[in-house]
Design a protein around this ligand. Structure first.
Ligand code: QAP
Ligand code: CO
Length: 257
C-alpha cells in the first residue's frame, strides 16, 4: 500500500524533491496525456506523485499536472488550502478562515504576492527564531502537522493525487482569476463550473469520488485541462492570448541571456 497521507508529513520534512516545471509553449503541454494502466501502479508512480506534491508546495501552487513536469500521463496533484507562512517577512494581517469566498481571493492573492515579492524588510535571524518559537508552541498546543523549509512554515496539508480523473457532473458557474506554474506572470479570469464531481483512482488504484466546489472545483478543471493538452492561455480572448504570448517569448529570451 502506498500511503501518502498526513502521517508522512508530521513533524518531519515533507518528502520529495524539486522537479523542473515546463513553461509554455512546450510541446508536451499541448499533448493529450495517456491513461495510467494497472501495471503502472508501482513505486515509480508513487515517487513521481511525491515529487510533484513537493514541487507544488514549494513553488507555491495549489495544483500541478504530470505534463507540467514532462510526463504525459493522466495524473495530477492538488491541495487548495495548505498554509505557508514566511518567517522572514514582517507580519501581514493574519486572515482567519471565514467565508469561502474570502478564502478563494486570499489564496490567489497569496500566490501572486509570493511570486512577485522581494522582501523589503527582512527580519534578523533572531527575530525569525522568536517567530518560529511562537509558532512551535502554538502548533504543539493544537497538535498541528507542520514543516519548516528555509524561512517558511508549511501546515494544514491535504495532499490529493488524482489518477485518470473524469468529471461526471457539474453545476453552476464561477469566475476565478487563475495562475499557472507553466505560465509565469499570467493571472487571468476564466469562467468554469462552480461545482464538479470527479471520479478518479488513488495511488493504490482504488476508485474514488470527490465532490468539489469553488477553488477546488476550479483547480480540478484547470488540471484536467492540462491532461487534455489545454493550457490556461488557450482559454483567454484572442487579444489577451497574443499579449501574453509576446510577453512570455520576451521572458524566455531574457532568461537565455
Ligand atoms: C491552478 O496553479 C489553479 O505564475 C494551479 O509565479 C490556479 O498553483 C487552480 C503559481 C488558480 C485554481 C486556481 C503561478 C505560482 C501557481 C505563478 C497554481 C507563480 C507562482 C499556480
Ligand atoms: Co496550470
Amino acid at each position: 500500500m502506498y500511503e501518502l497521507d498526513l502521517a508522512q508529513y508530521k513533524l518531519s520534512r515533507f518528502p520529495g524533491s524539486m522537479l523542473e516545471v515546463l513553461t509554455y509553449p512546450h510541446t508536451i503541454l499541448s499533448k493529450k496525456s495517456i491513461p495510467i494502466t494497472e501495471k503502472d501502479f508501482n513505486n515509480d508512480l508513487f515517487e513521481l506523485a511525491k515529487d510533484m506534491l513537493y514541487t507544488m508546495y514549494l513553488s507555491p501552487g495549489v495544483g500541478l499536472a504530470a505534463p507540467q513536469v514532462g510526463k504525459s500521463i493522466q495524473m495530477f496533484v492538488m491541495d487548495v488550502d495548505f498554509n505557508r507562512i514566511d518567517l522572514s517577512a514582517p507580519d501581514i494581517e493574519n486572515t482567519e478562515d471565514t467565508e469561502n469566498d474570502d478564502n478563494y481571493n486570499n489564496n490567489t492573492e497569496a500566490i501572486e504576492t509570493a511570486a512577485n515579492s522581494t522582501p523589503t524588510s527582512p527580519l534578523s535571524s533572531d527575530q525569525i527564531c522568536t517567530k518560529f518559537s511562537a509558532f512551535l508552541a502554538e502548533a504543539k498546543n493544537k497538535d498541528k502537522d507542520y514543516d519548516l523549509i528555509d524561512h517558511y512554515i508549511y501546515s494544514d496539508f491535504a495532499p490529493t493525487v488524482l489518477i485518470n480523473p473524469a468529471i461526471v457532473a457539474n453545476e453552476g458557474q464561477i469566475k476565478y482569476k487563475e495562475g499557472c506554474l507553466s505560465l509565469p506572470g499570467v493571472y487571468e479570469e476564466v469562467e468554469r463550473s462552480q461545482k464538479v464531481v470527479v471520479e478518479y483512482l488513488d495511488l493504490n488504484s482504488k476508485k474514488k469520488v470527490l465532490a468539489a466546489e469553488g477553488l477546488q472545483a476550479v483547480c480540478i478543471q484547470h488540471e484536467l485541462d492540462h491532461l487534455n493538452g489545454i493550457v490556461l492561455i488557450e482559454r483567454l480572448s484572442f487579444l489577451k492570448k497574443g499579449l501574453h504570448q509576446k510577453r512570455l517569448k520576451k521572458l524566455k529570451k531574457q532568461k537565455q541571456k
